[in-house]
Design a protein around this ligand. Structure first.
Ligand SMILES: NC(=O)c1ccc[n+]([C@@H]2O[C@H](COP(=O)([O-])OP(=O)(O)OC[C@H]3O[C@@H](n4cnc5c(N)ncnc54)[C@H](O)[C@@H]3O)[C@@H](O)[C@H]2O)c1
Length: 252
């Protein structure tokens, strides 16, 4: 096991974020489990604590600058300076372009792009001071283009540019920044998509699996495993990369 650090995982009440928070705790880090409501983080925190890990529930909307700054300062005071950040919080507001509202667009940009910007700006000063840091941003195969997701695919492609620029600006301080672009992962997000298009969850997963080279859908742990590597000591020469974790080369 590597050195113990303080990690922040946004959107960690459930899904990929919850699995990632649990994995980073197993890796020996103290983990701030951040989501919209502090109370929604209780399950993830309990699971980590039961496994002998150390976690703190933090409520904050990542698109709200004041809330983000207050949250990161509280984390630094309670757990210590955060030097690992996983920008995972996300939402979808899918619609074909001609039906997409300004609110659909702004909400998705606000959480993914503004949220990752605000969290990273607040956390990087602790990483710079420590001369060590690991930033992982959650992109998506949708960055390559996906019907009904003009807002989401734009945000996820934007996060790839954000990641590359972070790696360029922060590398000299011992900080790496990488993006993970998941394909189909079985979570509440994809379950909601199945519901929206009127397909049963089982059929939806089977249909997706048939299109994926490894013939299965992804699980949150598939992403958590990749985050674990990208936040480890050993990954220090990997930066500015986008890793597609999608059971194949890119498209799911
Ligand atoms: N599930 C997939 O197939 C898939 C594929 C590619 C990328 N992703 C990305 O992975 C990340 C996690 O997805 P998931 O499937 O676990 O989703 P999910 O909907 O299960 O969980 C997302 C979490 O983010 C939180 N969140 C939303 N807005 C927030 C805000 N403003 N501030 C703080 N927290 C907020 C939610 O409350 C929720 O707990 C997202 O960025 C998503 O876009 C998911």
């Amino acid at each position: 096991m590597g050195e113990s650090r303080v990690a922040i995982v946004t959107g960690a009440a459930r899904g990929i974020g919850a699995a990632t928070a649990q994995r980073l705790a197993k890796d020996g880090h103290a983990v701030a489990v951040l989501d919209l409501d502090e109370s929604s983080c209780a399950d993830t925190v309990t699971r980590i604590t039961k496994d002998g890990g150390h976690a703190l529930a933090v409520g904050a909307d990542v698109s709200d600058a004041d809330a983000v700054n207050a949250a990161v300062e509280r984390i630094a005071e309670v757990l210590g300076p955060p030097t690992i950040l996983v920008n995972n919080a996300g939402v979808t507001r899918d619609n074909l372009l001609f039906r997409m509202t300004e609110a659909d667009w702004d909400t998705v940009m606000g959480v993914h792009l503004r949220g990752s910007f605000l969290m990273t700006r607040a956390a990087q000063k602790h990483m710079v001071a420590a001369k060590w840091g690991r930033i992982v941003n959650l992109s998506s195969t949708s960055a390559l283009g996906n019907r009904g997701q003009a807002n989401y695919s734009t945000a996820k492609a934007g996060l790839q540019g954000f990641t590359r620029t972070l790696s360029v600006e922060l590398g000299q301080f011992g900080i790496t920044a990488n993006a993970i672009a998941p394909g189909f992962i079985a979570t509440e997000m994809t379950r909601a998509t199945a519901e929206r298009v009127g397909v049963s969850w089982e059929d939806f997963q089977q249909g997706a699996a048939a299109q994926i080279p490894v013939r299965r859908v992804g699980q949150p742990e598939d992403i958590a495993n990749t985050v674990s590597f990208l936040t480890s000591e050993e990954s220090g020469f990997v930066s500015g990369q986008v890793i597609y974790v999608s059971g194949g080369p890119g498209r799911r």
